[in-house]
Design a protein around this ligand. Structure first.
Ligand code: GLU
Ligand code: ZN
Length: 488
């Protein structure tokens, strides 16, 4: 299925990719996939002071990791490229020239100080504090005079002075009064084009049909609608896109989730070991629902079901606990084989195995990963749980010992030593018989000491299975060493 629907994800490459931005990318991607449309990825790097190549690479890398494939954009190309705005200066200059020739723009010579002073007066007189149109109707002679004084001019767009109303795809009818949308700057004094210009110009030239973006950009929409009218008039745009504004994402304390909040950082999720599918699954729920209380789904399933009617305009709350729980669901959902593969870099980083596991390490991984699959909620938490299976000796926190530990361990050695069959059941039966039935101890108390000696931990993967994997010699050695240390 193909359609004329074209959406875009157009981040600025500043700083690190954050979850708010990924939520926007995901909704656009899902809308394109659902409708058989085209997902355009555009880089808005016109702010040379803030943009960086690193951030650009991080964006591409993040999108690839997440599996949000784009149909047109960097490294993929497409009929409306280039897709990095820093490579499109000539296009913008041309459009600015056409806008100027048709009278849609004018040079504004006001200095920041002058603007601030007049804004202050407006505030005191309870008028709207935006640009007051001071330079709108300067004569050529007046403009020349300013130029001869060495003043730099920004280029402003001449707003039509009417209210702007549009039918937002998510919020319904939205209106901005004319006095709240004053003439705005398109090009800086130094000739650098601004977001206000390049974003709608590229939406026009790239034939974007639907603009889906965060609610923080709501106030730029009336300006973009006005600019689109002009762009259509001068033949740069063929139509005006429809606009839909995705709900705010709230963080702690009912404040908007900020880029600087640690749970915003996409890199953090990768580092701690979230599955990309899980993160997207969670981000999908920030403003969208599949219906029927279904909260576990793949990106493909989301795309199949995605419609804008199910996007909720109310703010969504970011809940890291829920995100982590969904990650746990995903970890349990994938095959043990895939999970093992995903864990390798985490375990290698923790120093438990080599980056390319040896045959021995692989065998042990295949045995032990199924033991922890049910209780893992991030990939990085596996190393702590599995450490005792990949080390020669475990360090034991003395607070794990009880008054009974020494006799429990001594007795355990006695009954385990003669075991011919070193299987989970045989180990369990021998220990239960000796410690629970014979010594009359509560299982938790008895097995707690054995667990401490074998794993070094209070909480571990299933004990008897772990003992089977470790092998008889290693277990007896660890039990023996613990008895010695308790005797000392
Ligand atoms: N480059 C803009 C941003 O990152 C894009 C906004 C938009 O989607 O129009 O905020
Ligand atoms: Zn001015």
């Amino acid at each position: 299925m193909t359609s004329d629907i074209r959406v875009r994800f157009c981040p600025s490459p500043t700083g690190n990719p954050h979850v708010g931005m990924i939520r926007t990318a995901l909704f656009n991607w899902a809308f394109a996939r659902h409708t058989g449309g085209t997902f355009v990825f555009r880089i808005e790097d016109t702010d040379s002071a803030r943009d960086s190549q690193e951030s650009y690479q991080a964006l591409l890398d993040s999108m690839r990791w997440l599996g949000l494939t784009w149909d047109e954009g960097p490294e993929v190309g497409g009929p409306f490229g280039p897709y990095r705005q820093s490579e499109r200066s000539a296009i913008y200059q041309d459009v600015v020239g056409k806008l100027h020739d048709s009278g849609y723009t004018y040079p504004c010579f006001c200095t920041t100080e002058e603007l601030n002073a007049r804004r202050e007066v407006a505030r005191q007189e309870k008028r709207a504090p935006g640009y007051d149109g001071h330079c709108r109707n300067l004569s050529t002679a007046e403009q020349d005079k300013f130029r001869s004084e060495g003043r730099e001019a920004v280029i402003r767009f001449r707003m039509p002075g009417t209210d702007f109303t549009w039918n937002d795809l998510i919020r319904g009818e939205v209106t901005f009064k004319a006095e709240h949308v004053p003439d705005f700057v398109l090009v800086r004094g130094n000739g650098e084009p601004l977001y206000t210009l390049v974003n709608p110009v590229d939406d026009a030239l790239m034939r974007i049909s639907h603009v889906l973006r965060g609610e923080d950009l709501l106030s730029s929409t009336p300006r973009q609608l006005a600019l689109f009218d002009a762009l259509r008039h001068i033949g740069v745009a063929h139509f005006t896109p429809e606009y839909g504004h995705l709900p705010y994402v709230m963080g702690e304390g009912n404040k908007k989730l900020s880029k600087r909040d640690p749970e915003s950082s996409l890199a953090m999720y990768r580092e701690i070991g979230y599955l990309p599918e899980a993160l997207l699954n969670y981000l999908a729920l920030l403003g969208w629902s599949m219906g029927n209380d279904v909260e576990f789904f793949s990106p493909t399933q989301m795309a199949e079901a995605f419609t804008l009617e199910r996007v909720n305009p109310n703010p969504a709350r970011f809940d890291l606990k829920k995100c982590t729980a969904i990650n746990g669901d995903w970890i349990r959902f994938i095959s043990p084989l895939l999970l093992t593969e995903l864990l390798v870099p985490f375990l290698a980083r923790a120093g438990l195995i080599s980056e390319v596991p040896t045959e021995q390490e692989s065998a042990r991984l295949n045995q032990s990963v199924p033991l922890i699959q049910q209780r893992l909620d991030t990939l990085s938490s596996a190393s702590e749980l599995l450490a005792f299976l990949f080390t020669d000796s475990v360090a034991i926190d003395p607070s794990l010992w009880t008054d009974e530990s020494q006799s429990v361990l001594a007795r355990s050695i006695e009954v385990l030593e003669p075991l011919a069959d070193w299987g989970t059941d045989a180990i369990h039966n021998a220990l239960r018989f000796a410690l629970v039935d014979d010594m009359g101890l509560k299982p938790k108390l008895a097995f707690g000491s054995v667990r401490a000696a074998i794993t070094g931990q209070k909480i571990s993967p299933p004990l008897f299975e772990s003992m089977e994997i470790l092998g008889k010699n290693t277990c007896l050695e660890r039990l023996g060493r613990s008895v010695e240390s308790l005797q000392a």
